[in-house]
Design a protein around this ligand. Structure first.
Ligand code: 5GP
Length: 199
């Protein structure tokens, strides 16, 4: 069976980065590594967290049709390179695209069979607190990201599932359940049933 394409979105501070890192400890998941023009944060590694590009390099990737989707988020470009995804899914791995909502909508048009999961913090206050306390952004960037979070929340209906990240452990469990039950859908069993009938 081909792997699933899981699109995970959620405002900055929703904890989706941590959730993804935990999910990647399971053998079935692989992460799509995005390209971005934003500055590298401390501890981040080129080719592991992102492919860090200049604006010119990124625009070259757009021009050469190398991206499945891309978006402008808080003054930077972010985009999903094409090459990796199809290959990985064919090998049976479930690929995670951790991307913001504009990109997710583009993926939805291109891959209607992808599964869309929106991760939220329990309250807006909590979101704000998490974003401030992680201390990775300047105060004006935090403000911009909170503003963007409100816009993102309005698009929740575009997603198949909502996961409220109140407890990290529960949120991860819920995504594992979603993945497992998606794989049990009858549409994945056409060939299997067909071959049973033929024998
Ligand atoms: P951050 O700067 O915090 O790593 O990411 C900012 C936002 O960009 C997050 O919502 C993240 O999910 C999103 N993002 C990361 N990679 C991509 C991508 O390839 N495409 C799109 N559309 N969004 C992305």
């Amino acid at each position: 069976m081909e792997g699933l394409k899981l699109v995970l979105s959620g405002p900055s501070g929703s904890g989706k980065g941590t959730i993804v890192q935990e999910l990647l400890k399971d053998d079935n998941f692989k992460l799509s590594i995005s390209a971005t023009t934003r500055n590298k944060r401390e501890g981040e590694i080129h080719g592991v967290h992102y492919f860090y590009k200049t604006k010119i390099e990124f625009e070259e990737m757009i021009k050469n049709n190398e991206l499945i989707e891309y978006a402008h988020f808080c003054d930077n470009y972010y985009g999903t390179p094409k090459a990796f995804i199809n290959e990985v899914v064919k090998e049976g791995f479930d690929i995670i695209l951790e991307i913001e909502v504009q990109g997710a909508l583009q993926v939805k048009r291109r891959y209607p069979d992808a599964i869309f999961i929106f991760i939220m913090a329990p309250t807006f206050e909590e979101l704000k607190e998490r974003l401030i306390s992680r201390n990775t952004e300047l105060p004006e960037v935090v403000e911009k990201r909170l503003e963007r979070a409100r816009e993102e929340l309005l698009l929740f209906k575009e997603y198949d599932y909502i996961v409220i990240n109140d407890s990290l452990k529960d949120a991860i469990e819920q995504i594992r359940y979603i993945t497992k039950s998606e794989k049990l859908k009858s549409k994945h069993y056409k060939e299997h049933i067909q071959s049973m009938l033929e024998n």
